[in-house]
Design a protein around this ligand. Structure first.
Ligand code: HEM
Length: 161
């Protein structure tokens, strides 16, 4: 038994998918804030805490998605009713989203593990900074890409009619 979505715009989504869409808004807003804090306010310790909490929230969001896939076995059949399926766009967008999400997980694990190993506690700029900034910018962009492609797929599959 699957609870129907609560967003008025969703056509065939579930409560959990709508929650995921809103959760992603929160994740991307927090990420933007954390990057602002480290870049313009030199809030290194706050940036560290926020990034670790973001990673934990990311795991919760992923768990919700997995749970939704287990409980709601007909989501793909409903998504196929989308006008974008006939145009052959639905599956490619989902594939791009999945690739972005997998890359994002790997990049975030890599970025966090290396940052924790190489920055002091509390963290301050140092010899590892250049490497971290380069890797972390790619990791940050991969989360934006995952969120944006996720919203696009959600809109195509469960909103557009
Ligand atoms: C996936 C997790 C993380 C992401 C995406 C991330 C992202 C970033 C980005 C994009 C910058 C550069 C900001 C700019 O000037 O444009 C940065 C700077 C920094 N981050 Fe992270 N970060 C992450 C985790 C961490 C962690 C866990 C720590 C501490 C252990 C940390 C410590 C720092 C420090 C100290 C700087 C300043 C480097 C400097 O300007 O010299 N970061 N981070």
């Amino acid at each position: 038994m699957v609870l129907l979505g609560f967003l008025p715009t969703s056509r065939d989504a579930t409560w959990m998918l709508d929650g995921l869409v809103l959760g992603t808004v929160g994740l991307l807003a927090l990420l933007t804030w954390s990057l602002y804090v480290v870049r313009y306010k030199c809030g290194y310790a706050r940036h560290r805490t926020m990034q670790l909490r973001l990673a934990a929230s990311f795991v919760v969001v992923l768990g919700m998605l997995e749970l939704n896939l287990v409980l709601d076995t007909s989501w793909w059949d409903r998504a196929l009713q989308s006008p974008f399926h006939q145009r052959g766009l639905l599956t490619p967008v989902l594939t791009i989203h999945r690739v972005a999400a997998i890359a994002c997980c790997l990049l975030w694990i890599w970025t966090i593990v290396y940052a924790l190993q190489n920055f002091a506690a509390p963290p301050t700029p140092g010899t590892y900074s250049r490497h971290h900034v380069r890797l972390a910018r790619v990791a940050a962009r991969s989360l934006y890409a995952t969120g944006l492609t996720g919203w696009l797929f959600y809109w195509m599959a469960f909103v557009a009619s």
